[in-house]
Design a protein around this ligand. Structure first.
Ligand code: ASP
Length: 424
């Protein structure tokens, strides 16, 4: 069995859904687990719906729900010629339940309510896509990931119970392949032991593909995207990008860690653990090779990769009493940073200074200054960019540092990281 994942962009409108059907036709007769995300930007819209509900703003809540309803109805109108199809009843029922939720008081646990509402995006898309595939003559059955993936009670970021999930997938999911070639299910969703819906974190559908593949011992996973594969840089920041044909699991995790956003970082571990290859392929050009991520690292060094993080702020903390930065103050510094939930992109220390780099959009500079000013002198520098180069050489370093001042750099044998500012 192969696992395919189609993200929001690959089911964003009727022609995208038709394209999915076309891709599946290329695999006629094979056993496939197909995982779909919510259509287009539905998840963002559902987040706004949760927020309107929390604010008890019925008008905004209903307006957003109506928008989402029209969006899905329009897609269905283009996909299905007959209005009597059972999928219409399903979709109506889901929207009715969604509207009804406003009538109950907003619960204390925001994340719980978030998951009950935001999960509906994947439920809607999976019903619509499954119904269309059925209409197109595919051998397909709809499966409910909310009954297969077991998580703990950490709503919005469910932690998978691997043993229970494997048991559920082996006993309830695998046997269904005797009756159907394709099982279509939702990305991003799970359930608690009492049966409440959980979600796995934004962009979590890739992870769902990894979970199904691991628990079902799949032959491979393919993530279908609007890019030809994994590129060696984000084309937004870089000209002449190169597709990586083959990289190792380790390299993929390193790239994801430094900020390459092609695959959800949690996806790799279950696949690496069972040696299941992961393909990233284009849904526009499905016969092209794409990228394969697998165990062997023999191609890793062939192409340097660049990861850019823009709009960074560099803080440095200097002890006021001239004491060295040692284990004691390090734990004090981390303790303070944890209080503001700071996500550190890079850090470095000297005898008296400790420096950290953060995303400007995620920090309140004054708050950081206030937090440290009793024991440390705080300095900061804004408008910076961080570039990480895997498998760098002098030519790549020269290329990225042209017209830049370098404020700080770290190099290991494989990786160079530079904090830079435009030369003024
Ligand atoms: N629909 C969810 C999101 O947009 C999950 C996913 O698509 O991966 O975050």
């Amino acid at each position: 069995m192969k696992v395919f994942k189609f993200g929001g962009a690959s089911v964003k409108d009727a022609s995208a859904v038709r394209n999915v059907s076309g891709i599946l036709s290329l695999f006629e007769g094979e056993k496939l687990t197909v995982i779909v995300s919510a259509m287009g930007k539905t998840t963002n819209k559902l987040e706004e719906i949760v927020n309107a509900s929390q604010k008890r703003d019925r008008k905004i809540f209903m307006a957003h729900v109506d928008d989402l309803y029209s969006f899905h109805m329009n897609i269905m109108g283009e996909l299905f010629t007959e209005k009597h199809f059972a999928v219409y009843n399903k979709v109506e029922e889901i929207f009715e339940k969604l509207r009804d939720r406003f009538n109950d008081p907003f619960p204390d646990n925001y994340s719980f309510e978030y998951d009950q509402i935001v999960s509906l995006g994947e439920v809607l898309s999976s019903h619509i896509v499954a119904a269309f595939l059925f209409e197109q003559g595919h051998s397909v059955a709809w499966a409910d990931a909310r009954k297969l993936i077991r998580t703990n009670h950490q709503y919005q970021e469910g932690n998978v119970d691997w043993i229970k999930t494997e048991e559920l997938i082996q006993s309830r999911f695998i046997p269904e392949f005797e009756r159907t070639d394709i099982q279509l299910t939702q990305g991003f969703l799970g359930h608690t032991d009492e049966g409440f819906t959980t979600t796995l974190g934004r962009e979590g559908s890739d992870y769902t593909a990894g979970i199904f593949a691991y628990c079902a011992n799949a032959e491979s996973v393919t993530i279908w995207k609007d890019v030809p594969g994994m590129l060696n840089a984000d084309p937004k920041w870089f000209d002449n990008t190169i597709k990586l044909d083959s990289i190792s699991f380790k390299e993929a995790i390193e790239l994801a860690y430094y900020g390459a956003s092609v695959i959800h970082p949690k996806t790799i571990k279950p696949l690496q653990n069972k040696g299941i290859p992961l393909y990233v392929k284009s849904f526009i050009d499905p016969k092209a090779d794409g990228t394969v991520i697998q165990s062997s690292g023999e191609h890793d060094h062939l192409v340097p990769s660049f990861i850019f993080k823009m709009d960074q702020v560099l803080f440095s903390f200097t002890t006021k009493d001239f004491s060295f930065i040692v284990e004691e103050n390090l734990s004090d510094i981390f303790d303070r940073l944890a209080r503001v939930n700071a996500k550190i992109n890079l850090m470095q220390n000297s005898a008296l200074d400790f420096s950290i780099l953060l995303d400007r959009s995620k920090v309140n500079i004054q708050k950081i200054i206030d937090l440290f000013s009793d024991s440390y002198a705080v300095k900061y520098n804004e408008g910076l960019e961080l570039v990480t180069i895997r498998h760098y050489d002098q030519a790549t370093l020269d290329r990225v540092t042209e017209n830049k001042d370098i404020l700080l750099q770290q190099k290991s044998r494989q990786t160079a990281r530079l904090i830079m500012k435009d030369r003024g």
